[in-house]
Design a protein around this ligand. Structure first.
Ligand SMILES: [Zn+2]
Length: 259
């Protein structure tokens, strides 16, 4: 998970600026959950922002840093828009954060692996928080009082809670038994970071780079090759940063990582 920085003001696409007020006021005028559900099913205008969202991640999933090779990305609502589950169980009496359905800052670009249900993985409507008593259920609620268990790619400190082993696996970069550990552990499991052959894929790419470092040394063409893996455009760049970091004993690697 690489930190996604979106500049303020957000410089939203003109088309969105035109659509948003009508969509939002239309939604807020509805009283019943069934009406909202139909409205949001029929008016998925947030997809207009997909290309705009992809700019911030160089066309990678905001959660796992995968590139979209064989399937299109989803626009995920960080806070689910119509219903919430906690550990797979529906949260009774909560109708989702419907009032955030068209807020750009609640949207995250997500690959289908991270977002959709498959086996026990996928974010779906899962959105546990630390203390249920602090859960916002109305638009006037204070979102800042909630502490989400899911790590947020828009939060730099959250991204630091995931570590990357050269095996390709993602692990919690926090002390066991802490809330930070629980968050990282939940995120890697829920989003299936270590499933779907992803660690194997990373590991096989790493094997080649590892050899280049060991036997190629600091030749300009090798340094430039490594830079490609560290750049924000590279798929799984956070993994490669950690893996290349396993050669920190070499001063040229240390210099490369510090650059
Ligand atoms: Zn993903």
């Amino acid at each position: 998970m690489r930190h996604i920085f979106s500049p303020q003001p957000p410089n939203l696409p003109k088309r969105w600026i035109k659509i948003y007020p009508g969509r939002f006021s239309g939604l807020m005028a509805l009283v019943h959950q069934s009406q909202r559900s139909k409205y949001l099913r029929d008016k998925k205008s947030w997809t207009v922002l997909k290309v705009w969202l992809s700019i911030f991640s160089h066309d990678k999933c905001w959660y796992c840093e995968a590139k979209s090779i064989r399937a299109t990305f989803d626009v995920d609502h960080f806070r689910p828009k119509l219903r919430i589950t906690v550990d797979g169980a529906e949260l009774d009496g909560h109708t989702g954060y419907y009032w955030l359905a068209y807020e750009w800052w609640n949207l995250r670009l997500s690959c289908q692996r991270c977002n959709r249900p498959e086996d026990s993985y996928g974010k779906r409507n899962e959105f546990p928080i630390k203390d249920e008593a602090q859960r916002c259920s109305v638009p006037t609620g204070l979102l800042q009082s909630e502490e989400p268990r899911l790590l947020d790619p828009c939060c730099a400190d959250d991204c630091k809670l995931l570590g990357h082993a050269i095996s390709g696996e993602v692990f919690p970069n926090a002390e066991k038994g802490t809330w930070e550990y629980a968050r990282a552990d939940f995120t890697r499991k829920q989003l299936g970071f270590n499933a779907f052959g992803t660690p194997e894929f990373k590991r096989s790419s790493w094997a080649r780079i590892d050899l280049l470092i060991r036997f190629g040394g600091d030749r300009p063409e090798i340094v430039s090759e490594l830079r490609k893996y560290l750049s924000p455009e590279a798929e799984y760049s956070e993994f490669f940063r950690a893996a290349i970091g396993s050669h920190r004993d070499k001063p040229w690697i240390e210099a490369l990582l510090a650059a």
